[in-house]
Structures are given as C-alpha cells and as structure tokens.
Design a protein around this ligand. Structure first.
Ligand code: GLN
Length: 193
C-alpha cells in the first residue's frame, strides 16, 4: 500500500514522516513522470500545505493538474491540508480561477488575518476525537455544498471537512505528534482499495 505525496513545494516531508510512523510507504511526486510511473500503485494522495498559487502554477506547468483531477474524480482518496485544501476547492473567494476545483466548498485564503494567522488549538474532529491543530496562515471554509460533511469547527469556522473520497483540513495535522487524522485517511484509502 503506497500513498503519494505531492512534493512540488511546501510541507511534504512532514507528511512522509507521519506515514512512515504509521507503517505506510509513501512516494513523493515531483513531476508528471513520477506520477505516471507510480499512478497504478497509489491508493491515495496527499496535497500538502505550502503556497497554493505556486503549487497550482507548478501543477499546470508540469501538466499534472488534469491527470490528478481525473484520478480524484474517479475515486482516488485525497487528503488536502491547508494549501492542499485550497487546491481542491471548487471556489476560492475573491479569486477568479480555482485549481483542481472539485470539492464542493468555498474557501477564503489567509482568512484568519495577519495577526492571528498562526496559532495552535485543540478541537473535536468527527470520527477522530479531540486533536491538536496547528494553523499557519490557513484558509477557512466559508460554505459547503450538500454532499460535504463538516468534521471540525474552531470559533464557529469550518476547519475540517469530507466529501466522499476527499478529506481536507485548514490546519496542519502533520506538524503535531498526533497521527490520528492520517490514520483516518489511511482507513479511507483501505476502504477504497
Ligand atoms: N496561505 C497559504 C495559501 O494561501 C496556505 C498556508 C499553508 O498552507 N500553511 O496558499
């Protein structure tokens, strides 16, 4: 069982370490060749935090946007954290273009503002329990479509959600010692494969 981690930019190494700790192999996907070579082995894909505009541009420049989009639409489980969440959103507030544009959510980038952009808290996450949450200039999900389940909120803002094979958080679970959310994702991958 192998999970791909998009490794164009951002916090991909940290996700690899968590998967390793949980005994799951990962493949870092840096370009279209990497993706095509491992595509048939992958049971899931992680889109890490970082800078969504840069990642979106690199995905387009390397002709990876459409193949990844199609794989997710065909059911490949995907876990988007922070910028990865923004990549998946159908709509990005005050931006004309989305990136993968497949999850039925509207997101606001840098929504916690400059002062409160980075902070730590703990909150209940449905199906997982009370977990630590590290926010780094994270987005908030300002609205969700009918098929989207809200998994966690902080200060009444949605910070984790799931729509079928797509799991997203506006915080960074890979930056804490708590691996339960990754385990939750691994379980989604096992169910699908
Ligand atoms: N602010 C970043 C963006 O808009 C996301 C921050 C993160 O991934 N930690 O892409």
């Amino acid at each position: 069982m192998k999970i791909g981690i998009l490794a164009l930019q951002g916090a991909f190494e940290e996700h690899a370490k968590v998967l390793d700790k949980l005994g799951v192999s990962s493949i870092q996907i840096r370009n279209l060749d990497d993706y095509q070579q491992h595509q048939s082995d992958l049971v899931g894909l992680i889109l890490p935090g970082g800078e969504s505009t840069t990642m979106g541009k690199l995905l387009r420049d390397q002709n990876m946007l459409l193949p990844i989009r199609e794989a997710i639409l065909s059911g490949l489980p995907v876990f988007g954290t922070c910028a990865g969440l923004i990549l998946l959103a159908k709509e990005i507030a005050s931006q004309e273009e989305s990136h993968l544009g497949i999850m039925d959510i509207v997101v606001e980038r840098n929504a916690y503002g400059r002062q409160l952009g980075s902070f730590y808290t703990e909150a209940e996450c449905k199906g997982v329990g009370k977990i630590p949450m590290t926010f780094i200039r994270g987005p908030i999900i300002s609205s969700v479509g009918e098929g989207v389940e809200i998994l966690a909120t902080v200060d009444e803002q949605i910070v984790a959600a799931q729509e079928q094979n797509m799991l997203v958080t506006s915080f960074h679970p890979e930056l804490t010692d708590d691996a339960r959310l990754h385990q939750y994702f691994i379980n989604m991958c096992k169910e699908k494969s």
